[in-house]
Design a protein around this ligand. Structure first.
Ligand SMILES: Cc1cc2nc3c(=O)[nH]c(=O)nc-3n(C[C@H](O)[C@H](O)[C@H](O)COP(=O)(O)OP(=O)(O)OC[C@H]3O[C@@H](n4cnc5c(N)ncnc54)[C@H](O)[C@@H]3O)c2cc1C
Length: 393
């Protein structure tokens, strides 16, 4: 029997998700990309099979099966359709602030409907003038009686217009830098809140990416997450745990492209033999598979760290490394897959064309890969490696 890092229960869940991905999502992937329409049928499929529940504990209506298998689910779906993968990843991204900083009342109010998929979630940190430098945000929240009044806008927000629960970051003390940021849950029907427009994109075409506008939006004070001024800390804790979702999406895209290129190379013949038997193509396939497997090692390690309750301080570097490795692999591997298919790789009839476009965003969102490298180096500088220099001195 093949060596397997997952438990029997995890394997059973993976098999369910893999079957849904193969039989129900894969046949829709090209159409979702071409139509650029949000795939509500995929959301319905996830609801029916309790796939959103994989991201939540039992107390709040989820399966309580842990982080590793939730990442595997995103990976499996993303092998065939990156838009469908990001729907799962953002359900987690948009729910995490509630899970990490919500009161019991807030959790009871929101998490069960996010676990069932009745409500979709979004996470709104980025603004037109502040992406990597998120502390430079300009959206404000002013306390007025038992509400906060939000003014400003957010850009590039995934699930805009389809989510009903938004985690929004705004400045309650604009003079205090990142210590002046607070986090709120904003419901879609809040007066003064609207989605102003949706962006056309290079990839993940079925996923919505939009601009949120807050024009005197009244958000109940009961929707403040944590204390005033804790928002930046919450945003960073969320990203430490959510980035691996993007990593899983990237890994899925990379493995899907590798699998497709392998099957193509087995049957496409030039100079009297399958191209897989030409050494230059064989080497590409070997490198693609190795990049995927190495990235998977980092991703699954992160999943196990969370499931085994590793300290928050240990997650930062592990999460950034998983994101960096998986998503750089996605871009590199999908480019090689297009090359293996030659001219056929460049046309829409073959899925590697879509996979290469979809891969690019994974290097950009939830912290660009330049930012991941800065995070990893910063964490390294906190560690002592002095023993290596001992003999040199
Ligand atoms: C399709 C899509 C979906 C998205 N979904 C969401 C979402 O749901 N929620 C949300 O809040 N945001 C979302 N984003 C925003 C995304 O996270 C940001 O675009 C990203 O963090 C980069 O910010 P920016 O675009 O402002 O680029 P900038 O920060 O302006 O960066 C530009 C370039 O400079 C580099 N750079 C910046 N600072 C440094 C530095 N200190 N050192 C070295 N290099 C640096 C960057 O790596 C990048 O290459 C989404 C974006 C897209 C395109």
């Amino acid at each position: 029997m093949a060596w397997e890092p997952l438990s029997d229960e995890q394997l059973e869940i993976r098999e369910l998700v893999r079957t849904l991905a193969r039989d129900r999502i894969a046949p829709r992937a090209a159409e979702i990309d071409l139509s650029r329409e949000f795939p509500w049928d995929v959301v319905e499929l996830y609801r029916e099979h309790e796939i959103f529940g994989l991201f939540f504990d039992q107390q709040h209506g989820g399966t309580g099966t842990g982080t590793l298998i939730s990442l595997v689910a995103i990976e499996e779906v993303s092998k065939v359709c990156a838009t469908s993968g990001v729907i799962l990843a953002v359900q987690e991204l948009g729910s995490l602030a509630l899970k990490l900083a919500g009161t019991d009342e807030q959790k009871q109010r929101f998490l069960p409907r996010l676990a069932s998929g009745e409500s979709l979630a979004a996470y709104a940190l980025t603004e037109a003038g502040s992406g990597s430098d998120s502390a430079a945000m300009r959206t404000t929240a002013r306390r007025e009686g038992d509400a906060y009044v939000l003014d400003g806008s957010k850009r590039f927000i995934t699930n805009a217009a389809v989510a009903s629960v938004y985690t929004v970051f705004a400045k309650t003390d604009p003079e205090a830098g990142h210590a002046g940021i607070s986090a709120f849950v904003v419901e879609a029907d809040t007066p003064g809140f609207e989605v102003a427009r949706l962006e056309p994109k290079m990839g993940i075409a079925g996923s919505t990416t939009g601009e949120l506008v807050f024009d005197g939006a009244h958000v109940p004070a009961a929707n403040l997450l944590g204390a005033e001024g804790e928002g930046f800390k919450i945003a960073m804790r969320v990203l430490d745990r959510s980035r691996p979702g993007v990593a899983a999406q990237g890994l899925g895209i990379a493995q899907g492209a590798t699998d497709y290129a392998l099957e193509y190379a087995r049957t496409r013949e030039t100079m009297g033999k399958p191209i897989a038997e030409h050494q230059l193509i064989a080497a590409k396939l070997a490198d693609m598979e190795t990049r995927c497997e190495a990235a998977r090692g980092l991703l699954y390690r992160f999943g196990r760290m969370v499931d085994e309750r590793a300290a928050d301080s240990e997650l930062t570097k592990a999460s950034a490394m998983a994101k960096l490795a998986c998503t750089d692999a996605a871009m590199w591997v999908t480019t090689e897959a297009v090359q293996i298919l030659g001219g056929y790789g460049y046309i829409k009839e073959y899925p590697v064309e879509r996979m290469m476009r979809d891969a690019k965003i994974t290097q950009i969102y939830e912290g660009t890969n330049e930012i991941q490298r800065l995070v990893i180096a910063r964490e390294m500088l906190k560690e002592s490696r002095a023993f290596l220099l001992a003999g040199v001195a």
